[in-house]
Design a protein around this ligand. Structure first.
Ligand SMILES: [Zn+2]
Ligand SMILES: [Zn+2]
Length: 253
């Protein structure tokens, strides 16, 4: 087997990190060994979602103890669960924005590294899963951006969780307008019928972990889940790096 310098690079970087630590991926401050590439301050800002959380969507709209939030009670979402690793604030928000809009696809590695142990726990508690499915981008947006951040995250997560990813089964067929600035109702309308399954039976009876970088209104995740359920998916658990249900900034995909 021939080894190129490029194929060795991750190994070398990993070894250097182990010996010397590295610079924080977000602020360039010193990131100690085993910190996942973040300095203690940035790492410390990645706090779990807090408050009275809805057991279904994890929206912090202060539901009664253990009860669903008002939105989920009024209209149960098509996904079975939605969970975010951290709140969409501070360093986590910075990371998502850099990842998506400042051409830093390499951040997928650190984000998935942070998410992986947590994701394994969420999925085990939800009864296991069969396949990871990233929220797809429309081909036009994919060409503009050059990469689908959700797919990069899913690929890294799949590596850590040792599970398959399906990159093509769920497709985006409608070039939706950016969600930014839209009210919640308009966001749901905007993504309506935006997705389609490649094959009708592709996800039948499958337990799916739907992966995205951020969950804001939940409209995109809900429409994806609806499409997957129409294809008779058994269960859809939404996993995102950051969550800001109900607050809705910067959800442009
Ligand atoms: Zn930092
Ligand atoms: Zn809810």
């Amino acid at each position: 087997m021939r080894l190129s310098l490029n194929s060795l690079r991750p190994v070398l970087e990993g070894a250097l990190d182990l010996v010397f630590g590295s610079l924080c991926l977000l602020c360039s401050g010193p990131a100690p060994l085993g910190s996942g590439g973040l300095c203690p301050r940035c790492r410390g800002e990645m706090a779990p979602l807090a408050g009275g959380l809805c057991p279904c969507c994890h929206g912090s709209s202060e539901p009664e103890e253990g009860e669903l939030c008002r939105a989920c009670r009024a209209s149960p979402p098509p996904f079975d669960l939605a969970r975010s690793y951290t709140a969409y604030l501070g360093a986590a928000r910075e990371m998502v924005l850099a990842f998506k809009y400042r051409r830093r696809p390499g951040l997928a590695r650190a984000m998935a590294g942070l998410m992986a142990p947590w994701a394994a726990g969420v999925l085990a508690e939800a009864g296991g899963f069969d396949v990871l499915v990233p929220v797809p981008l429309h081909p036009k947006r994919l060409r503009e951006r050059g990469y689908n951040q959700a797919a990069l995250l899913a690929r890294r997560l799949a590596g850590a969780l040792r599970m398959p990813v399906d990159y093509t089964g769920l497709t985006r067929v409608k070039p939706t307008a950016p969600q930014t600035g839209l009210e919640v109702d308009a966001r749901f309308k905007n993504v309506k019928r935006a997705f389609r399954l490649l094959g009708e039976e592709q996800f039948a009876s499958k337990r799916i972990a739907l992966v995205d970088d951020v969950l804001t209104s939940g409209a995109t995740a809900a429409e994806c889940a609806k499409t997957l359920k129409l294809g008779r998916a058994q269960r859809v658990v939404v996993l995102t790096f950051a969550g800001a249900l109900g607050t809705g900034p910067d959800d442009k995909t």
